[in-house]
Design a protein around this ligand. Structure first.
Ligand code: HEM
Length: 232
């Protein structure tokens, strides 16, 4: 059996249950936030005319947007904890070793252009991927902060009593409430661009890399192709 070992495709756990649940909960929350956010920006549906004050479609849209916003915040906090304190996630932190490696960056671009081999990585992500994820997390952080500033103006109790001071400071720093709303809106487009690139890259890696990257975010398993079969 030993000498045939290299001929078989092996599988290993790539994503833990937390990672997968977190990914999909965050995905659905963000999708809902984009649709409901665009509705808040441009209310393209209006309730039927009624003399009674019951048609609160816009207010309901905003309430559900805020609920999804808090789901996103909890996922964000969970991911930060997981990233820094969970042992099985060391691979993500190790990716930072490659962050300033121009050589690996160039090799990675060569791989994406189908003219070279994939560089050997120090961690879970390659340089391009890592830069895209850093960009995503910065955008999400600012969407959360600007979202909380907008929320602070319609809700004044609970934890917002404590956050009022720093959030007001940030609001002034960002140029006032109108520009906070504008920034929140522009960042939404940033996230949409990320999602398009992310899905493209996931399909590219699954088809070209043949490692089952798309299945892995559902099943958790990734395939290891034997050296002898690589780039056939
Ligand atoms: C991926 C995350 C998010 C996306 C894509 C998103 C998107 C949007 C968009 C497009 C708008 C409309 C802005 C405009 O009027 O032009 C909006 C409004 C709003 N968002 Fe978000 N949002 C996100 C996260 C959050 C979070 C975490 C909160 C905090 C609870 C939040 C709270 C709000 C509130 C309160 C408004 C209403 C502003 C108003 O009534 O004028 N959002 N969001």
């Amino acid at each position: 059996m030993g000498k045939f070992k290299d001929l078989f495709v092996k599988r290993h756990i790539e994503f833990s249950p937390f990672y997968r649940w977190h990914h999909w909960i965050r995905f659905f929350a963000i999708m809902f936030l984009i649709v409901s956010g665009f509705y808040i920006a441009y209310p393209f549906l209006s309730p039927e005319m009624d003399p009674n004050p019951t048609g609160f479609l816009y207010a309901k849209g905003r309430t559900f947007h805020e609920i999804a916003g808090f789901i996103l915040i909890s996922m964000f906090m969970g991911k930060i904890y997981y990233f820094f304190f969970v042992k099985s996630d060391r691979d993500e932190i190790r990716s930072f070793k490659d962050l300033f490696s121009v050589k690996k960056g160039m090799k990675q671009i060569g791989y994406y252009l189908l003219i070279g081999k994939h560089p050997v990585l120090s961690g879970a992500y390659n340089v391009i991927q890592l830069l895209a994820y850093i960009g995503l997390y910065i955008m999400l952080l600012f969407l959360i902060l600007t979202g909380l500033i907008l929320y602070m103006h319609v809700y004044h109790e609970s934890f917002l009593v404590f956050l009022n001071g720093p959030l007001t400071y940030l609001e002034v720093l960002l140029g006032g409430l109108a520009s906070v709303r504008e920034i929140h809106h522009i960042l939404t487009w940033g996230v949409i661009i990320f999602i398009i690139a992310h899905v493209y890259m996931a399909v590219f890696n699954a088809v070209y890399g043949k490692e089952g990257t798309i299945d892995a975010i559902i099943s958790g398993y990734k395939w290891e192709i034997p050296e002898s079969e690589k780039l056939k």
